[in-house]
Design a protein around this ligand. Structure first.
Ligand code: DGL
Length: 264
């Protein structure tokens, strides 16, 4: 099956896109809710947590990994590929960057992400590799992760915080905004309202699923290695009612969440 992980609930945006595209594929999801958020943590810690997540998913039978977290993708993807050369590992950054470069006519792109992702400079680097003329305005928006984990999606306070984070990006006259954290698509409506018309939102969750599915079309061996009985299992390192409730709301179906213990 496919293994996906995130620091918490945000990776369910990737799960939702995957279920919409290929409902027959089986997967196991891990949300490291006991240690969320990853965004304020050091690169070393993020790499260690990511490795523990992959060990857990491998033990559950994962034959391919989708890093359903921008922070882990930015800081740990290369490390994970070197550590598990036998596992195909997909990260969200590359697909989001390629999609943003495609949709931005002005070559002026905004990015909101966690502090660790912004500080890594990975998005800027990858966008400049595609086209050195691209300008990027990047801002960390760390509170959005807590708001989503708390289930504060429609509250007026959320609208205010989103507006405040996005003000400098709106002023920079971008025509595309990368949602560089998999938690953020859950706040897509508020983000779209704050950015106004004419700004395309690039959802890293949808971008990675589109590239993953395209890879399956090309890679028959990988496609054959994946179970196709639509089984889904969900684990968190600290099961909370908020995860199950928001997960069910977001995915449109009840989910059963089991407790995962990660070993260092
Ligand atoms: N969903 C995450 C991301 O894509 C993690 C956010 C966090 O834990 O700070 O970056």
């Amino acid at each position: 099956m496919i293994g996906l992980f995130d620091s918490g609930i945000g990776g369910l945006t990737v799960v939702r896109a995957l279920r919409a595209a290929r409902p027959e594929l089986s997967y196991v999801y891990l949300g490291d809710t006991a240690r969320t958020p990853y965004g304020p943590k050091s690169p070393e810690t993020i790499r260690r947590y990511s490795e523990e997540a992959v060990d857990f998913l491998k033990a559950k039978g994962a034959k391919a990994i989708i890093i359903a977290c921008n922070t882990a993708s930015s800081l740990a993807a290369d490390h994970l590929r070197a550590t598990y050369p036998e596992l195909p590992i997909f990260d969200v950054v590359g697909p989001a960057v390629r999609m943003a470069a495609r949709v931005s006519a002005k070559k002026n792109i905004g990015l909101i992400a966690t502090r660790a992702t912004v500080a890594s400079g990975v998005y800027e680097r990858r966008l400049k590799e595609i086209d050195s003329a691209i300008e990027i305005v990047a801002r960390p928006a760390p509170l959005l992760v807590s708001l989503v984990e708390e289930g504060w999606i429609d509250q007026p306070e959320t609208e205010t915080i989103v507006g405040k984070y996005l003000a400098p990006i709106r002023e920079a006259d971008v025509d595309a905004l990368i949602l560089g954290c998999t938690h953020y698509p859950i706040l897509k409506d508020a983000i779209a309202r704050a950015m106004g018309e004419g700004v395309k939102l690039v959802d890293s969750a949808e971008a990675v699923v589109a590239e993953f599915c395209a890879t399956l079309e090309r890679d028959a061996a990988l496609a054959a290695s994946l179970a196709k009985d639509g089984r889904a299992s969900y684990f968190t390192t600290d099961p909370t009612p908020a995860f199950s409730e928001l997960g069910a709301r977001w995915l449109g179906a009840e989910i059963v969440v089991s407790h995962a213990t990660l070993s260092a």
